[in-house]
Design a protein. Structure first.
Length: 327
């Protein structure tokens, strides 16, 4: 069987270290592995692949993939590969859902704590050599999390882990997801369908976006959503940048409808140096690192390896994507 491996990125942090290719070749000597490191080369060799471990699938490529039967994507989100032709094809797509879930959940709680305890402001004052006791405490800016309402929008592996950690801080957790009939994860008090989002926004102290990007969720947080938001609420986005209408969020942060935002993903990355987000005092920016962990590649390659074994045996794969739903 011929496997094409094209897990690369303009960012070194998201490019597969070559030693893992050597490991795959040792573990699966019965298969041929072709590794590529550019999008042009990936597009060139992809049609010869029976299976692929690939970060990109160009939109015009699926029509040429008459041989390919399965693609493992090295990310939890798959919207960037799901062209109409790939959705319509018989090719199985699997994601890396869950590999980074705990790391991202910890990042969410760290961000919420930083905003609630005004650590971002304290760091700015530290740089200025200013003692900000009265500004922070007498100004009523600092808050505790205990008893506050946190709403998770998107209750997959990441959202479920966020709920579990948030409940440990004494927060009350609500969630929004399409499949409301599924079992409710630990730490979640209530689950509502997407058409009741505005109702939840009106009583949420913290809103965490962890939904997949689909046609239904693009600009989920628009001007109407921010007008529905409880005054003074905090927003955390670790899902996708396009879940948020940037102009609407900036306006809400400026006029106080939103007290603060922690943003790890953006409509365009890297974030434009001219973006107003950089200069807003109530915004915490991180450069798409919420899933960073000491060793991401070992569990990711282990997932691909397990799925490759299952594929050989004709067994059900892990993290099969519902291509029509988009996740």
């Amino acid at each position: 069987m011929h496997a094409v491996v094209g897990v690369f990125s303009p960012s070194e942090a998201w490019t597969l270290p070559r030693q893992y290719l050597d490991q795959l070749r040792r573990d699966f000597p019965q298969h041929t592995f072709t590794d590529v490191w550019t999008r042009d080369d990936l597009k060139r060799v992809f049609p010869d692949a029976d299976v692929a471990f690939a970060a990109y699938v160009e939109r015009d490529l699926p029509a040429m993939l008459t041989r390919t039967r399965w693609i493992q994507v090295p990310a939890a989100g798959v919207a960037h590969v799901l062209s109409p032709d790939l959705i319509a094809s018989p090719i199985i797509v699997t994601s890396a859902r869950g590999v980074r879930a705990h790391a991202i959940a910890e990042h969410v709680l760290a961000s919420v704590l930083a905003l609630a305890r005004q650590l971002h402001t304290a760091v700015r004052r530290q740089v200025e050599h200013r003692w900000a006791l009265d500004e922070l405490e007498s100004g009523g800016l600092m808050r505790t999390l205990h008893g506050r309402r946190l709403t998770v929008v998107g209750l997959g592996s990441i959202g479920s882990e966020v709920a579990r950690l948030a409940s440990a801080f004494g927060m009350r957790v609500s969630a929004v997801r399409k499949r409301v009939d599924q079992p409710v994860p630990d730490g979640v008090d209530e689950v509502f369908p997407p058409d009741r989002l505005a109702e939840l926004l009106a009583r949420s102290d913290v809103v965490v976006l962890s939904a997949a990007l689909t046609s239904d969720t693009r600009h989920l947080m628009d001007d109407a959503a921010f007008h529905a938001l409880k005054p003074g609420a905090l927003l955390v986005n670790i899902g996708r940048g396009r879940l948020v209408d940037d102009e609407a969020l900036v306006a809400a942060l400026k006029d106080g409808r939103a007290a603060g935002a922690a943003l790890d993903v953006f409509t365009r990355e890297p974030l434009d140096p001219a973006s107003p987000y950089w200069d807003l005092p109530n915004v915490l920016i991180t450069p798409h690192v919420s899933g960073a962990m000491e060793d991401y590649w070992t569990p990711l390659v282990a997932l691909f390896s397990e799925n490759l074994r299952r594929f050989e045996a004709g067994e059900t794969l892990i993290n099969v994507v519902d291509k029509v739903a988009g996740y």
